[in-house]
Write a protein that binds this ligand. Structure first.
Ligand code: ZN
Length: 409
């Protein structure tokens, strides 16, 4: 059989995704599988067992990234495919496992059809993508591309004071291989979209062109507490009033600047009493844009508003930048290979950007990479009712298979 006519086994793939969901299963149907916990160990063990049964050579690096290696005819060339198996505390069954188990399915399909690639194929499960237990998120892929930072990541502590290093040793996944030992010529990740666009437009596959830039800042606004009944409006230094005007301005900014998103996701008001003018407000701003320049423009416009609006005239403001990650553009030839694969398979596709962070975006800083999105029901993700159908997952995995064959040429 010609390699381009082979297809993945959808039944096996969906059964494995469901089997994986037993680890950390929540009564509501989702999963809680925080990184490097006993639940994560159980998931890793099963994934490793599947790779070994298939005859893949398993390698584990110092930060617990786990690789299943299928040697090609030309061992100097290497294609990486994979994702992650950890979840958020109220996670779904599909965010991560679709990419990791989908990658395994591609390797198994090649083996079963006696297709030997020119390139070595590496199936990867990256450690701590979600970043819930340990900061930073996408730690495993960051370690892969920045081996010099790995010692710092290993020292990161969870809220009980357990380090990544201790947690890795406790579950037996502190590997011997140095991070960054595996060099990809290409890396491809399948992932659920985690948004509503593909479902709304009834499109099979999202061809991800890049990931938007992200900027987080924490603002502390300090005014003066005062009696709600006796303090005239003109005499107030109301920190919450200033924040609420900023919130309205931020919404307008999203209409003014192309592709801009701003979210004020957390606020703390002090003293938080019904009859007291708020003295202090601590708020976080999450700002994203596909363009670094537009994001910078939005940041500057927010600064200008704070400097000039009357609501801030008696408020002092302290700004702390928490996160600043530039936009990532995925590699044109990998994007092209995904696009050709969709055409070959007769699947509808849409070029799009990712609103969320992924391992592929980190790996893209060192290796040519791109992503394949499949639809998410109602755009739901990081929630127990996250869902993609077996047919949608099948299409994603078939696109990955064909993309690997294209990249192997
Ligand atoms: Zn994910």
């Amino acid at each position: 059989m010609k390699a381009e006519s082979i297809r993945i086994n959808s039944k096996r793939l969906s059964a494995r995704i469901q089997e994986m969901a037993q680890f950390g299963a929540l009564p509501s149907g989702g999963v809680k599988r925080l990184t490097l916990t006993p639940e994560d160990k159980a998931a890793r063990d099963l994934f490793k067992q599947w790779m070994q049964e298939l005859g893949l050579e398993v390698a584990i690096d110092e930060i617990g990234n786990t690789f299943g290696i299928l040697k090609g005819k030309n061992t100097d060339r290497c294609i990486g495919i994979g994702s992650h198996l950890d979840s958020v505390p109220t996670g779904g069954r599909f965010d991560g496992p679709v990419g990791a188990i989908g990658a395994l399915e591609v390797a198994q399909t090649l083996i079963e059809n006696d297709v030997q690639l020119n390139s070595t194929l590496v199936v990867a499960n990256y450690t701590n993508e979600e970043g819930v237990r340990f900061f930073p998120d996408m730690m495993g892929s960051l370690g892969h591309v920045n081996p010099e930072e790995v010692d710092n990541y290993l020292k990161a502590k969870d809220k009980n004071g357990t380090t990544v290093d201790d947690a890795l040793k406790a579950i037996g996944y502190k590997g011997k291989m140095k991070c960054g030992t595996i060099h990809y010529n290409h890396f491809v990740e399948i992932h659920i979209e985690q948004g509503p666009i593909l479902e709304e437009k009834k499109i099979d596959i999202g061809i991800v062109q890049g990931v938007q830039a992200i900027h987080w800042q924490k603002l502390t606004l300090i005014g003066k507490s005062a009696h709600a009944g006796t303090t005239p409006i003109y005499a107030r230094k109301d920190a919450f009033y200033a924040l609420s005007k900023l919130s309205c301005f931020a919404r307008e900014l999203c209409h003014d600047i192309k592709d801009q998103l701003v979210t004020i996701g957390t606020i703390e008001v002090k003293p938080n009493a019904i009859n007291v003018v708020p003295e202090e407000v601590v708020a976080t701003l999450d700002m994203r844009n596909l363009s670094d320049a537009n994001l910078q423009l939005a940041i500057t416009r927010i600064e200008d508003f704070i400097a000039t609006d009357e609501s801030f005239s008696h408020i002092s403001v302290n700004k702390e930048v928490l996160v600043n990650v530039p936009a990532v553009a995925f590699n044109g030839s990998v994007v092209d290979a995904i696009s050709k694969s969709c055409q070959h398979l007769g699947y509808s596709s849409l070029p799009m950007h990712s609103g969320a962070g992924h391992d592929a975006q980190i790996l893209a800083t060192r290796y040519p990479a791109a992503m394949i999105f499949i639809p998410s029901k109602d755009g739901v993700s990081h929630a127990v009712d996250e869902y993609s159908s077996p047919e949608q997952i099948e299409k994603g995995a078939n696109v990955l298979l064909q993309t690997v064959l294209h990249l192997d040429q």
